[in-house]
Design a protein around this ligand. Sequence first.
Ligand code: C5P
Length: 482
Amino acid sequence: MASLTIRKLDEELKALLRLRAASHGRSVEDEVRVILREAADQREASASAPQSQPAPRRHAPATASGKERVTLIIGGGIAAYKALELVRLLVKAGADVRCALTRAAKEFVQPLSFQALSGRPVATDLFDASQELAAGHIALSDWAELAVIAPATADLLARARLGLADDVVTATLLAIPPERTLFAPAMNERMWASPAVAETMAALKARGCSTIGPNAGEMAERSHVGLGRLAEAAEIAAACAQKLATLAPRPIPSHLHDGPAQPRAWDLENVPVLVSAGPTREHLDPVRFLSNPSTGRMGFALAEAARDRGARVTLVCGPTELAPPTGVEVVRVESALEMQAAIEPRAAQQRAIVMAAAVSDQRPAERAQQKQKKPDGDEHLRLVRTPDILRGLGERFLNATPRPLLIGFAAETERVEEFARAKLVAKHLDLIVANDVSGAEAGFAALENRVVVLDKDGGRAQFAGPKLAVAHHLWDEIARRL
Ligand code: C5P
């Protein structure tokens, strides 16, 4: 074999190779040899498989726009957020991508994020008339040259094997020719090792479906290590390209022609950002505290939106019932002092710090170690100020370079913009997000938000909508200033 010049590969590919090699305990050169051997075996196998068509190499573009059309099906697993990176890579490689999410996938990642990255409407599990027109199961299967299923959970694999068609995802899978599918399984290593999954995989492969992964490595349950991790996004993207190259072009049905996709920029790639979220609790004794009704929703939406744009997100969050987004580093705190201790040592490493937390301004002067008995009559509670974390950061970074962008929130019930601008100046911030919390429809605990963003140079912008959409508007503003 001719010598391999790995140095000349691009950085992303090299990183991927190193990762694969390490997970298989091989040198990078050996890993490349294995990949080449596998590719050669696969080509031989597909040439001799009875059901396979002669597979002309693609030379001509498949559509007028020249883009290859990939339907990405996202199953409900902890790795679902990694499918976002896959969309980004596919779009970057020139593909037109449409996404469909199972009901369970929506528990891990929001359709809106896939819509933003693909620039296309997203199908969810509902058979909904508007979705049928936009991206229903017929469109998704007729339109696609290749369907990629990532993560393919044990459940989704079994449903595909059985040929169920009770939601948009399984119906799409049933309608697309098996040789146009690429499954990227991801599950707990014991599930992957089960006879049931082995039978499922064998059945799918016998039909002509392709697979990639799973890889070996650490599972979502940190103590578990084994085969079951979703293949890396770059590996799946590379497998897609390889697969598309072997498939005959598929003409696009005339009724499914639509305008060009308009994907959102992946503009925070590898940018370290910190978001604070939720309330703080200031204890009087082990069972009583001062707090506020913040649910953390806005901060979580900000963390999720930043993650979906490629950022490395640290989420410092106070006590809340909601589950934080996956794929971000979560630091749990309870009191304002704990929040300060979590944020300050991490601050200098960030490019942007968004303080969406509703930090208590006061705390009881004393915290009793034991539950306090009721007094007979009224009592006075002595409160002391908590540190203003954001103001502290503003003062610390006032003349520093480089310094993180500092973004504060100002929840007000009156003279909203006036009070918010005063805080922007007093705390030395770059941006402040003012919201009127006097009504019930926006602000604390609501699903929607309506905000005015003020910047230190006098700029003003206004956004309203679901909190995730507002979060994206805020990151648009922040990314422009980074
Ligand atoms: O002054 P006010 O509490 O209205 O300011 C709100 C902004 O300041 C929010 O971004 C909040 O997270 C932050 N803050 C803080 N530390 C406090 C109080 C508020 O960082 N003790």
